[in-house]
Ligand binder design. Structure first.
Ligand code: BGC
Length: 721
């Protein structure tokens, strides 16, 4: 169907039919679903009629080829104009083959593998009937108390933008009409959902427009530049108005300035939430505000289907706004080829073959190994295969390593750490004991663990957070490991044996009580289906850790927000041990995070030397080449992430102390040396001025190159007119 035909289809639709296209309900509302048509509980009180469901435009959370086909078939039969449903689901970091959580994927700094993970997720999802995924989530994050940091790739706008592009490419491929094994992507949550006050989910966000443009918008823009088909609104306020009813944000910034002409969907229930937010008296006003702001689809509340018609009839709302929204939705259906084939990629046979295939699991394992970050190693890792190991802790045999957004993944399919280790060593070399639960510990558990550790040469503690302790609504004020596990560490430490901690969790933690009590710390995050196998490879040196943090680990929660690209202030603290009073500092803790952005150890050493600039100046037309020599000065092969940062020493508005401008991940054999050259252009030196224009200023800059944000070589240069 071309544009004209789609427009004439809109003309044929009644106002009720059009409005129902703008509504999205979950699977149980649909007759074709296995448990469908029987709405109970709060859903029953929504005031939704059969007629509304019959005309609904999209379904949330349906999956499985058979189920989706049934839903679609029944819907098409019941729908007067045979308009197919769009099937949307959260396929965040894998469908059934679960990859590491996005924060971990960020730590791989591997855009190719990130793209591949999204491509595999798309293949599994599309064959199972899904058309659109609610991903990528590209919200910039600076507060690890917020449970959803695990869904983001971290605290840097440049890195987040690169990952946003990679994920969109992976999900969507090049041509959604013909590549039925890809799905449309929906970037979220527009905008600045990652900045809730106090790190509490759904809480107020108050960022200046300059800050929004400089740090938060770039990653959404990158996703759109890559052709992302949909955008989801955020729950929070932006400039004092909830994003979902924020006309300036959606119509002026997103649509006009950022050039987005695809489908904008509200987050779950966010239209109606304008009432408790306090900008709508009732559902009718909420519906009016959301549609006027440009929200095409209302997710999981029914204010559109209940009130838009009356609003049009009484003259408060132009019907043309509804028509535009419907046209955008039909255009996406057309792009996905649904008018020709409403079942699209759904295929029961292929589903059996593709979902959780050996190749997909292998890719998940590779990414899990590249995402883990070695934070400390006092010479005890890698383990030797002839050492007797005591594996102790609540995550020793736990399959809860998939992360909170892996709703289709099964814990039973996950390779636990115990299973991973048993792929490496003889069972007689391994003793396993739980030691404690995640939140509780008994003396009996401790004694059993001590008994298990008695004959061991080395102890591996498998610790972390239950997956419900992060993710949506999974916020914590104290971001240490829970006291039960800290006690377990204390008691084990008394044995005086070499001890490594492996952490399974969804946020940067305050690692006091862990890193200072053990000899090695490996941050495995939630590594996904093949997590145990990937971690065992790392523990035994069959893979060399190459993950680097993309979000700072605070020294304590009292420092939050703590991030590398901060301002200097007028009274910066001098040397860490300087005795000063009236400077920007804490009296009780350092200013620096415990582990900074970009940090991560390896089983080898990388030495940086000979930093060179091609010129002392950079101009608007000529780039500056910045090179550095990197040598693997250790004994084993390894991957290093070479990072380029820049500081604009004096700007019209204050510039951060460092900004990541580029990076490259290189592999080096022992003794091997490579010269890495970055090409920096004037465009990369631009920033938003106080009048919100984007430009650069002539003057002095400093380029930094190194293996993490706090260990760098530097040289200055000048931007000249
Ligand atoms: C989340 C979104 C998600 C949506 C649909 C909401 O609660 O904030 O990220 O896509 O639910 O499941």
């Amino acid at each position: 169907m071309n544009e004209i035909k789609l427009a004439s289809l809109v003309n044929e639709m009644t106002l009720d039919e059009k409005i129902a296209q703008l509504t999205q309900f979950a699977t149980p509302f649909f007759k074709g679903a296995s448990d469908g048509g029987q709405i109970t509980g709060p859903m029953a009180d929504m005031g939704v009629t059969d007629e509304m469901i019959r005309n609904t435009g999209s379904v949330l959370g349906a999956s499985g080829a058979k189920e989706v086909k049934n839903i679609q078939r029944t819907h098409m039969e019941e729908n007067r104009l045979n308009i197919p449903l769009l099937v949307m689901s959260d396929i965040v970091h894998g469908y059934k083959t679960i990859f590491p959580v996005p924060l971990a994927i960020g730590c791989s700094w591997d855009l190719g593998l990130a793209e591949k993970s999204a491509e595999i997720a798309a293949k599994e999802a599309s064959v199972s009937g899904v058309h659109v995924t609610f991903a990528p989530m590209v919200d910039l994050v600076r507060d690890p108390r917020w449970g959803r940091v695990m869904e983001s790739t971290g605290e840097d706008p440049h890195l987040n933008s690169e990952f946003a592009r990679a994920f969109v490419r992976g999900f969507q491929g090049n041509d959604l009409t013909n590549e039925v094994d890809r799905v449309a992507a929906c970037v979220k949550h527009f905008a600045a959902y990652g900045a809730p006050e106090g790190g509490r989910d759904y809480n107020t966000v108050d960022v200046s427009e300059r800050e929004l443009r400089e740090n938060y918008l770039p990653a959404y823009q990158a996703a759109l530049d890559e052709g992302c088909e949909m955008v989801m609104t955020a729950f929070n306020t932006v400039f004092g108005i909830p994003a979902t009813g924020n006309k300036m944000l959606m119509r002026s910034i997103l649509r006009k300035e950022m050039g987005f002409d695809g489908v904008l969907i509200s987050d779950w229930g966010a239209v109606k939430e304008m009432i408790p937010h306090g900008i709508a008296e009732d559902e009718k006003e909420a519906a009016l505000k959301a549609l006027t702001a440009g929200v095409d689809i209302e997710m999981m509340t029914a204010t559109y289907v209940k009130y838009l018609k009356a609003l049009v009839e009484e003259g408060s709302l132009e019907e043309s706004l509804i028509d535009e929204a419907v046209l955008r939705i039909l255009t996406l259906k057309e792009k996905l080829g649904l008018f020709e084939n409403p079942f699209r990629g759904a295929d029961e046979e292929l589903e059996k073959e593709i979902v959780m295939s050996a190749a997909h699991r292998e890719a998940a394992k590779e990414l899990a190994a590249k995402s883990a970050v070695l934070l400390k190693n006092e010479g005890i890792l890698p383990l030797k295969k002839d050492q007797k190991v005591a594996l102790i802790g609540p995550f020793a045999e736990s399959g809860d390593i998939l992360g909170p957004w892996s709703w289709l993944g099964s814990k039973e399919d996950a390779v636990t750490l115990k299973e991973g280790i048993l792929q490496k060593i003889d069972p007689s070399q391994l003793i396993v004991s739980k030691g404690s639960d995640i939140e509780a510990i008994t003396e009996e558990q401790i004694q059993e663990a001590i008994g298990a550790a008695k004959d061991a040469d080395v102890i591996v503690l498998a610790l972390g957070e239950d997956s419900d302790m992060s993710g949506e609504a999974g916020c914590r004020a104290d971001i240490k490991l829970l006291p039960a596990q800290l006690e377990l560490i204390q008691r084990i430490k008394k044995l005086g044996k070499p001890t490594a901690a492996v952490l399974f969790n969804g946020r940067p933690l305050d690692l006091h009580g862990v890193y200072d009590q053990t000899d090695a710390v490996l941050e495995a995050w939630y590594p996904g289906t093949e997590g145990g196998a990937a971690v065992a490879d790392l523990l035994y040196g069959d893979s060399n850790p190459s993950g680097r943090l993309t979000m700072s680990f605070p020294y304590s929660a009292g420092q939050i927000p703590v991030y590398y690209n901060h301002f200097n202030t007028g009274r910066p603290k001098g040397a860490p041990d300087a005795q000063e009073r009236y400077v920007s500092q804490y009296l009780d803790i350092p200013n620096c995070p415990l582990f900074p952005f970009g940090f991560g150890l390896s089983y080898t050493e990388f030495t940086y030397s000979s930093m060179k600039l091609s010129n002392k100046t950079i101009t608007r037309d000529e780039s500056l080449e910045i090179s550095v020599t990197v040598t693997n000065s250790g004994e084993v092969s390894g991957d290093e992430v070479v990072q380029l940062y820049v500081r604009d020493v004096s700007g019209e508005v204050v510039r951060p102390l460092k900004e990541l401008k580029d990076f490259v991940k290189i592999s080096l054999a022992p003794g091997e040396t490579k010269e890495v050259t970055f090409s920096l252009t004037e465009e990369q030196l631009r920033y938003y001025h106080s009048d919100l224009t984007l430009s650069s200023d002539p003057g002095t800059f400093i380029a930094y190159v190194g293996g993490h944000s706090q260990e760098v070589m530097e040289k200055s240069f000048t931007l000249v007119e």
